[in-house]
Design a protein around this ligand. Structure first.
Ligand code: C2E
Ligand code: CA
Ligand code: CA
Length: 597
């Protein structure tokens, strides 16, 4: 008889066996479930710990059940109101800084459109009662089988520290430390964005304001003082700003002011005039009164440039032109001026190259003693031997060389080569003559000018008594006291000093006796009128007599006609120089004259 286990089912019957197998199956399934539950519990535990312990917050938005979850810790700190009448989106946006709501929403739209692989945005969120924290929010969408979005979840990370650091870096890159004003980079980026946003109805004036002669303040009163002046200037300029205006410090002594909604040119010029007027009052810094006049270049957007770069370039040329026209004034951008400046800068590049490559030669113009009728000297006159344009006269490049400082290397070159040439003539056996060299104000102002002259004389081994330095009245007046001191030193070295272009500048005979000069060069304009005008005949004669009383020699320059020579002889003028004798000529042609003395 068989055994019965399940309600009379025999143990060895097929049904029994099937039942036993099912039980085994259930058991193992139960075991599996138990394991899973345990694992789930552990995983839930881990998740909970992670959520609680994490610095980051997790959020989960269930679209189907319209529920929003955010980690408790953040919920409290960020001020999320769970039970309110607001929609979820309303509740979320209430937590954001009002300036960042659009940013966050735009990023969300972009993601939902499928343009981004995940949602990511940085914005400010309310923190506790009255503060804000920067957060980075990331998230991803979950869709059902049909592709309908059912849920979105993600994290929020506090990135405030990083933002503060970034802000610091940005400040360093975009702000000037001295005045705290934004700099040129900032101007470029800020204006570019503004223009892009409001291209159609944007209208503003851009003013480039540059302090006149700021270098003098720095040089004479020191950089620390100069810094204080700059701060004061920036404070003054800030007073001209309305809500929508901006100011930037774009160079050492250069500021850019954006005046919004300027309307027309007239308003812009009134505005510039008011700035000029204000700056005509002195600034008091450390009990010193300093005058900081400014020069202003103005351009109006969009007519003077419809992108930031062009507008700035044009305003820069306008400012340059204000400086050229005497400073302490404003100029509007002008196409012609711009082209002229362009030409000038082209010439400047060329001139720099010429200095590097030594593209200069010297011509010499003989000077004759009227009594002995012999050649007693030559004036060295520079020419630019341009590879394409041939010989360029000094009038076309000396002013530029002076304003760019290129006159310094050029002047040294002239001095050295003139002395070398003179020494060469002497060594060749010609009777020694004096060589006159023109010296510009900037050269004379250099602290090492005397040394330079001394070095050249040593190098060329020329006796100083054969060197004559020609300076104009205006050169001398540029810094009279120190210049006179230097001239006295040169004289002590045995060098002769000649006052060039006499009569065209201050023309004051009274100060002549205070100057350490040997020769007075009467300007060509006086000589031109000899015999035509009784007045000039008289003046020339008087100058000669007076100079002689002061033991100063007189040379007449620009003498072209024989009658002029005759007249000058009667007036006992000592020397002449001019076409009547010879034009300036290359060195080998001078030798023709030297043979006969
Ligand atoms: P400057 O020193 O007054 O030189 C005299 C100028 O008058 C020269 O012009 C000369 O060629 C010109 N000249 C001489 N006699 C006559 C004449 O009878 N009739 C006419 N119409 N002109 C005459 P250049 O060589 O063109 O030089 C012009 C100016 O350039 C010079 O005027 C001087 O101020 C400047 N310069 C020339 N070389 C140098 C230089 O090496 N250094 C500096 N700093 N300036 C220089
Ligand atoms: Ca001269
Ligand atoms: Ca002259």
């Amino acid at each position: 008889m068989g055994r019965y286990l399940y309600n009379g089912v025999k143990m060895n019957s097929p049904i029994y066996q099937e039942l036993a197998a099912t039980e085994e199956d259930i058991k193992s399934q139960y075991e599996e479930l138990r394991k899973n539950q345990k694992a789930l519990k552990i995983s839930e535990e881990r998740y909970r710990l992670a959520v609680e312990g994490a610095n980051d917050a997790l959020w989960d938005w269930d679209f189907i059940n319209n529920k929003f979850f955010i980690s408790d810790k953040w919920k409290e700190e960020m001020g999320y109101i769970s039970n309110s009448n607001l929609s979820i989106i309303g509740r979320i946006t209430r937590m954001l800084h009002c300036d960042d709501v659009n940013l966050a929403m735009d990023a969300l739209k972009e993601y939902l459109k499928g343009n981004k692989p995940y949602y990511m945005c940085e914005f400010r969120m309310k923190y506790k009662e009255d503060g804000y924290r920067w957060v980075l929010s990331r998230g991803k969408l979950l869709r059902d089988e049909k592709g309908v979005a059912i849920r979105m979840a993600g994290s929020l990370s506090d990135i405030t520290d990083r933002k503060i650091y970034e802000e610091k870096i940005k400040k360093m890159a975009y702000f000037d430390r001295l005045t705290n004003l934004p700099n040129f980079h900032y101007f470029q980026e800020n204006m570019n964005t503004k223009i892009e946003k409001n291209k159609e109805y944007f209208n503003f004036a851009l003013l480039l304001i540059d302090i006149d002669n700021f270098r003098n303040i720095n040089d004479t009163l020191g950089h620390k003082f100069g810094d204080k002046v700059l701060k004061e200037v920036s404070n003054r300029l800030k007073k001209f700003l309305d809500v929508d205006d901006n100011i930037y410090r774009t160079g050492e002594d250069e500021f850019l002011l954006v005046k919004s909604c300027i309307g027309n040119k007239k308003n812009a010029s009134d505005f510039a005039e008011s700035i000029l007027e204000y700056f005509r009052n002195c600034i008091v810094v450390d009990k010193h009164e300093v005058y900081t006049n400014v020069s202003i270049g103005i351009g109006i957007y969009p007519q003077d440039g419809d992108d930031v770069f062009t507008l700035f370039k044009n305003v820069d040329s306008a400012m340059y032109s204000a400086k050229e026209h005497g400073k302490n004034r404003y100029e509007f951008f002008d196409e012609d001026i711009y082209n002229r400046i362009l030409q000038r800068s082209y010439l400047e590049i060329n001139l720099r190259r010429a200095v590097e490559k030594n593209e200069f030669i010297l011509y010499y113009q003989p000077q004759m003693n009227l009594k002995t009728e012999s050649i007693i000297g030559v004036e060295a006159l520079i020419r630019w031997s341009h590879p394409k344009e041939g010989l360029i006269p000094p009038g076309n490049f000396i002013p530029l060389a002076e304003s760019t400082g290129l006159i310094l290397p050029m002047g040294k070159w002239v001095l050295k080569n003139a002395c070398l040439q003179n020494k060469f003539w002497q060594k060749s056996g010609y009777k020694p003559i004096r060589i006159a060299v023109n010296v510009s104000a900037l050269q004379l102002q250099q602290n090492d000018f005397i040394n330079t002259v001394r070095e050249v004389l040593e190098y060329t081994d020329m006796d100083p008594k054969f060197l004559e330095i020609e300076i104009t009245e205006s050169t001398l007046m540029s810094s009279i006291e120190s210049n006179v001191e230097k001239l006295i030193m040169l004289k002590k070295m045995g060098i002769k000093i000649s006052l060039d272009d006499f009569g065209t500048g201050y023309s004051s005979l009274s100060y002549l006796k205070k100057l350490p000069i040997d020769t007075l060069k009467i300007d060509k304009s006086f000589i031109d009128d000899i015999k035509n005008s009784v007045v000039d005949d008289g003046i020339t004669g008087e100058i000669i007599q007076l100079a002689h009383k002061m033991k100063i020699d007189v040379i007449a320059e620009g003498v072209e006609k024989y009658e002029q020579v005759k007249f000058l002889k009667t007036q006992e003028c000592d020397k002449i120089q001019g076409y009547v004798l010879s034009r300036p000529v290359p060195s080998n042609e001078v030798e023709k004259y030297l043979k006969f003395i």
